[in-house]
Design a protein around this ligand. Structure first.
Ligand code: CA
Length: 223
């Protein structure tokens, strides 16, 4: 996988390039947002590791503009900032995941493996995670091989979460996916649907990230 590393802290960048190369990634490093955008425009990377604090522009603007050029390019955001606002804004703008500095290298590798796996499985209509299987052509879910009875909204939420396994979906994104299907969404509707959905799924299958959103672990089906 060809990675574009956008990071203006040169010491950190040097360390990251070494570590990522040792893991078999081809890494192209740039320090400026404008250079990142040219590289993305030229489509010479498969995924982006993007620092938010850049000297020439806000990393979130790089993210926004890169989404206009290529909506499928995976972006992992690096942030040194406190608070959840930037992370939520990043996720809302289409970041796949984020890491807060300082982070451990194995954590970064793990996130990149999730992205790699997702890129490899995006074309199939069957998603299997732990004991849960989602069939997006038949619009149904199975737990341990048994079909579970889901309402339309529950199915839609589960699909959103499982298609983005390993990354966080914010409340706004999940609500937007319900709206997109012409559903009226009351203020606490999301919690109610998630709670109902949880009763039909294995314990802890859907994780809550308090104040941020929900996620499903990217652990594949056990053999
Ligand atoms: Ca920086």
């Amino acid at each position: 996988m060809r990675l574009l590393l956008v990071e203006d802290d040169l010491d950190l960048a040097k360390g990251l390039v070494l570590a990522l190369s040792s893991q078999g990634f081809a890494v192209n490093h740039v320090s400026l947002g404008q250079h990142a955008l040219s590289s993305i425009k030229a489509r010479d990377c498969d995924a982006v590791i993007l620092d938010l604090g850049l000297p020439d522009m806000d990393g979130l603007d790089v993210l926004k503009q890169s989404r206009q050029k290529d909506t499928h390019l995976p972006v992992l955001v690096l942030t040194a900032r406190d608070g959840v606002d930037d992370r939520i804004r990043g996720l809302d703008l289409g970041a796949d995941d984020y890491l807060v500095k300082p982070f451990a290298m194995p954590e970064l590798f793990a996130r990149l493996r999730v992205i790699e796996r997702r890129m490899g499985t995006a074309a199939t209509h069957l998603i299997k995670l732990q004991q849960v299987e989602l069939d997006t052509s038949a619009h149904l879910a199975r737990v341990d091989g048994e079909t579970v009875n889901l309402s339309r909204r529950e199915y839609m939420l589960l699909k959103e979460l499982m298609e983005s396994a390993g990354r966080i979906k914010t409340r706004e994104q999940l609500e937007a996916s319900l709206y997109a299907w012409g559903e009226e969404v009351a203020s606490n509707a999301l919690e109610v649907h998630i709670s109902n959905l949880r009763k039909k799924l294995p314990k802890d299958f859907i994780k809550t990230l308090r104040g941020v959103g929900y996620s499903v672990s990217a652990t594949p089906a056990s053999v």
